[in-house]
Design a protein around this ligand. Sequence first.
Ligand code: GLN
Length: 394
Amino acid sequence: MTPHSAPALPVASRLRGFGSSIFAEMTELAVRTGAINLGQGFPDTDGPAALLAAARAAIDAGHNQYPPANGVAELREAVAADREIRYGTSYDPGGEVLITTGATCAIAAAFLALCDAGDEVIAFDPCYDSYSASISMAGGLLRPVPLRAEGDRFAFDPDELAAAITPRTRLLLLNTPHNPTGKVFTRAELEVIAACCHEHDLIAITDEVHEHLVYDGRTAQSLAALPGMRDRTLAISGAGKTFSVTGWKVGWACGPRRLIRAVQTAHQFLTFNSGTPFQVALAAALHDHGSWTTRLRQSLQEQRDLLADGLRRAGFAVYQAEGTYFLQADVRPWGYDDGVALCRDLPERAGVVAIPSVVFYQGADPPRNLVRFAFCKRTTVLTRAVRALQAAAG
Ligand code: GLN
C-alpha cells in the first residue's frame, strides 16, 4: 500500500520509488476479498447506448486502422467546437487539438515534451498519482503547493504558491475539478493562478477530465479561458469520465500550435495515437452531449449525497465534494490516526475498499487521517456499502 522499490528488478532511477498504482492494487484487493470497490474511480454503469452502438458500427464500417497522428479529424473538430461553446476558447482543429491515449498519456507527453532535466513543475498537493511519476520520467521535479482543509473544503495559500516558484519553475499543473479532494477551483482562485503564470512566464497544463462532474449548480471553468491564458495553457481532458467509458482511453489536449506540436512530438513515439473506432464514435457524441452530461451530473450528485450522508451516519467526518467521483473522509472518529491502517482493515471490517489519501501527497508531513471514497457506483451498491459501514461502526 506504500510505494516500494523492487530491489530484484533493474528499475531505472527515474522510476525508483514508484511501485504499482494504488488504484490497481486496491481493485485487486476488492476482487480478492469480494469487498465493494469504492477505491478506483470508475463507474459501474455503461455510457450512453448510442455511443456504444456507434463504436460497434465504426468497427463494422471498417474504421480499424491507424488514425492520423493527431487523431481522427471529426473528433478534433468536435473537441474544438465543444470548448468554444462551453468556455469561449477557440482552437484550430488542424493544429491546436491533439487526440491522445487518455488524458494520462497527454499529461505524460506534455512533461516529456516540455521539461528539461531539473525543470520544476508546480502542482497542488495532494495530486493524482501519475503526475509525480510522469514528471520524474521526464527528468523534472514536482514542487508541491499544499491544499489545506478549511472548514469542509480545501484551499491554497497564494503566498505558498508564490514561494514555491524558483528560477527553474517552467510549468504549473492544475487539476480542477480536483482528484482526490473533490475541490472545484473558484474563479477567484483561477485568477490568482493565472496571475502567477503571467508573472513568472509559466506554461499551464490543466487536467480537466472531471470537467462535467460538478455539483450544486456549479459550472466548470477552464484556466485557458482567463484573459491571456489561452496561449500559455495546454488544456487536457478526455472522454472517460464525460461518457462513463474510462476503459476507452481517449483523451485530448488543446492549446497554441507550438505547444501542441511539442506534445505531439512526444506522444507519437509513446502510443502514436488512440483507438480509431472509439474516436469516430466519440466525435458524434461530443457534438450533442448536453442531456447526457446533465443527467450524469444529477445522478452523481445524488450518489454523492447518499454516500456522504451514509459516511456521516457511520461516524466519519466528511469533506464537501464539489466535483469529481470522489469525497474524502476523516477517519479519526473511528479511532484511527492513519488512513492506511483503516483501509487495510476495511475489507474485513465492513467489506468495503477505499484509498488512503496519503498516497496522493508529495510534500513533507502529509495529513494521514484522510481516506478517499468513490461514489460513482450504483445506488444499490452505495446503499450496501453504507449499511455495512454503519454496522461495522456500531
Ligand atoms: N482516475 C482513477 C482514480 O483516481 C484511476 C485511474 C487508474 O486506475 N489509473 O481512481
